[in-house]
Design a protein around this ligand. Sequence first.
Ligand code: HEM
Length: 480
Amino acid sequence: MSDSYLNLWLLSLILALPIILLFRRKQPKLNLPPGQMGWPLVGQTIGYLRPHPATTIGEFMEQHIARYGKIFKSSLFGEPAIVSADAELNKFIFNNEGKLFECSYPKSIGGILGKWSMLVVVGDMHRDMRAIALNFMSNAMLRTTMLKDVERHALLVLNSWKQDFKFSAQEEAKKFTFNLMVKNILSLEPETPEAEALKKAYATFMKGVVSAPLNLPGTAYRKALQSRFTILKFIERKMEERNQNIKGGDKGLDDDLLSWVLKNSNLTSEQVLDLILSLLFAGHETSSVAISLALYFLPACPRAVQQLREEHREIARAKREAGDVELTWDDYRRMEFTHWVVNETLRLGNVVRFLHRKAIKDIRYKGYDIPRGWKVLPVLAAVHLDPSNFDHPQLFDPWRWQNNGSRGGSTGTSNNFMPFGGGGRYCAGSELAKLEIAIFIHHLILNCEWQLAEQDQAFVYPFVDFPKGLPITVQRLSLI
Ligand code: HEM
């Protein structure tokens, strides 16, 4: 560097110095929550995602909460992050969706679920898609079409179970929820060649969703991207068929989601494809895990099995006397203890562990600063397994939901129960999920005795999964 350049550089530095100092003085010092940022780039992601039993919050969360409290800072998924195990902050996040916080899933999730996936989109597009999903799973739909379908598909799976034969309960639960979703979304009947081909492509797709996002030859992620393409081609063909039918004035296939969306929304084909795929994903994986968890928890609590049997025998007896065959909405409403079992399964098993958000404004909460652009992770599982929210949280205790959860915890309310998230992104399928679990339990408990055929345990990968698929054997009952 020549002398004249050096002088010029020094002069600019001297002139800029007061401005730099003034700017630094004006920047208020941030009071970030305590915590560590870990290694460059990876941060603490590896520790945070380390597999652990689903009924625990894992070592990472345990150690961090013990050291820093329920709100701490970290660096996760390549970004600075605030992690919240605090029920109040989680509610604050949900209630300020779109105002202070926004959904922000890692790019790899968008890459595989699609950029128009409901779990990824924000703003007006999210509002429009949410309206479609809510309409699809409205109360009226649940009481009429869906209740019948849920019962039919539950019986189809349960009636195929062979006495004393070892099989994967998780696979069976997946079969049930998959068949139900593809029937309601695409009018596909179970075990038809089309449904089977879609199920096969979907299984490969799912392996990629839960794998490391490495788009290299032979990886699960690459295979999943290929399966995504196969699934989208399949849905596209269905869309073309429907459009032809609609043009031809055919009203026959009005009642599945695909026809409804094509007739009643202005979404582009690409958006419809991603919406359908995201509903299939959101509606199939979650409730099948919840059913598997119920099958896993119940044998360890014979008193709950007994009480369930009494409740469902009573419903079945009343129906027989009235000459009814199919379950009605009133029958479902009478399944009070079953509802406690469903709540307790969701609380202890935590199907969805945590959610991805980011701060879209600078936020101050309980004296801490949450800077704009930082990731914010409300950890639902940490609230559900916190002894200050739920007495003896590790215990499977359906009776804690008596009197609307008044035994939920030392705060005396079930306010801290958030398995379906909250606010503007509250699970659109929560009522369908509860219906599926309860109806499945109804026919299971009346017709079968089951036990675990091999030791297995639900693990968080971070998706909840049983490493051996939850092997069970069943004996048929004739209780009714
Ligand atoms: C036990 C079963 C289920 C659990 C625990 C569950 C949990 C959740 C959670 C926590 C969210 C919030 C995601 C976020 O805020 O980022 C969510 C969203 C969603 N869920 Fe579920 N879910 C279940 C079953 C279902 C079912 C059966 C469907 C049916 C299609 C469904 C459809 C959806 C949809 C469409 C959304 C996105 C809502 C929105 O962004 O507005 N879910 N679910």
